[in-house]
Design a protein around this ligand. Structure first.
Ligand SMILES: N[C@@H](CCC(=O)N[C@@H](CS)C(=O)NCC(=O)O)C(=O)O
Length: 335
């Protein structure tokens, strides 16, 4: 069974995503004994800790669980306790989790205690995606930030008259649009619904701020792009507009949206769209700027949009999910 330390340990996710452990370990000596007595119970506890926070099986965070375990063991064996009597490294777990994104999948798996490997059966999500689709890119960024392993099924929007129109794909997404994400036994269409689902089931790192006002601002910026700009310059609309009008149509849609967005961001932005934390709004922004580039929109009137976009493109999650680095990116567009 569990040692006294483990039985008494409660974890909660507080504001600012800090992890706090409830009843403290009675002493460092107890902690060490608990580690010796119940290393396997500790592993289970760690697995449960991760599961409660949506970091468990199918979430591509196998390495995180290993990292939690390793960190816990290391910290329990170390004399450095914080003022609450908690191993100081424990309270920094989410940071460590975030840092884990630098591990390769293979090495992350190696970190996992053997006992957990059996628990964590891979049941990988499938992303139906097109390399150039800005809405697919939004979701790819979320998956990368949250360190979720997934498989890409490419839906080529132009080949064969558009693979989104195939009966097989329509069964998955009757809107005949990418992205769609098959995850946890359901298939979800609409990029923002997908991102919010990921946020609710895999909350680390968070993409919606705790503060309701900031959260509203994140949703305002996201909706401005996802409802106010992108649909107007989407492929199906451009087809209706006709070849000769496409460029001016798309430029007009993006420009009028960006005029509003630039003004809004001047009051909401820090380093990113809302304050200094990457949020869902940023997941919408960078792909929309890429579309603006494609349609040769002059970005000089949008210094805030341009500055934020530059910061975002420097982040690993935006880099790996970029249209020029996808399994279906044609060789001539690869970078
Ligand atoms: N609101 C949807 C929009 C999806 C969408 O417009 N997808 C585009 C690519 S970014 C698409 O599949 N277009 C195919 C078409 O227009 O035929 C979302 O956010 O997921």
């Amino acid at each position: 069974g569990e040692g006294p330390l483990l039985r008494n340990t409660e974890t909660t996710l507080g504001p600012g995503s800090k992890v706090t452990l409830g009843p403290a370990h009675s002493s460092h000596k107890d902690s060490q004994q608990a580690v010796r007595r119940s290393d396997s119970a500790l592993r289970l506890r760690v697995a449960q800790w991760g599961l409660e926070r949506g970091l468990g099986p199918r979430h591509g965070t196998r390495g995180s669980a290993g990292c939690f375990s390793r960190t816990l063991r290391a910290s329990l064996a170390s004399p450095q306790l914080d003022p609450l009597g908690l191993p100081s490294t424990v309270s920094r777990l989410p940071v460590l989790h975030t840092g884990l994104r630098t591990f390769s999948r293979r090495s992350a798996l190696q970190l996992l205690p053997l006992g957990l490997r059996g628990l964590l059966q891979p049941n990988q999500p499938i992303l139906y995606s097109y390399f150039r689709s800005s809405c697919s890119w939004r979701v790819r960024i979320a998956l990368a930030l949250k360190n979720i392993d997934y498989e890409t099924v490419a839906i080529n929007l132009t080949k064969d008259g558009g693979q989104q129109f195939s009966g097989e794909f329509q069964a998955l997404n009757p809107m005949k649009q990418v992205p769609a994400l098959k995850i946890d036994g359901i298939t979800i269409g609409q990029s923002l619904a997908i991102i919010e689902y990921l946020e609710e089931t895999r909350p680390t790192p968070r993409l919606l701020p705790w503060d309701p006002k900031k959260r509203a601002q994140v949703r305002m910026v996201s909706d401005l792009i996802a409802s106010g700009i992108q649909p107007l310059q989407n492929l199906s609309v451009l087809k209706q507009v006709g070849q000769e009008n496409q460029l001016t149509w798309a430029q007009q849609a993006i420009t009028s949206g960006f005029n509003a967005l630039e003004q809004i961001l001047q009051s909401t932005a820090g380093r990113y769209c809302v304050g200094d934390e990457v949020s869902m709004a940023d997941l919408c922004l960078a792909p929309q700027v890429a579309n603006a580039d494609r349609f040769k929109v002059d970005l000089t009137p949008y210094p805030t949009i341009s500055r934020i976009n530059k910061s975002l493109l420097a982040l690993e999650a935006f880099h790996v999910s970029h249209p020029c680095r996808q399994p279906d990116t044609p060789p001539e567009l690869r970078a």
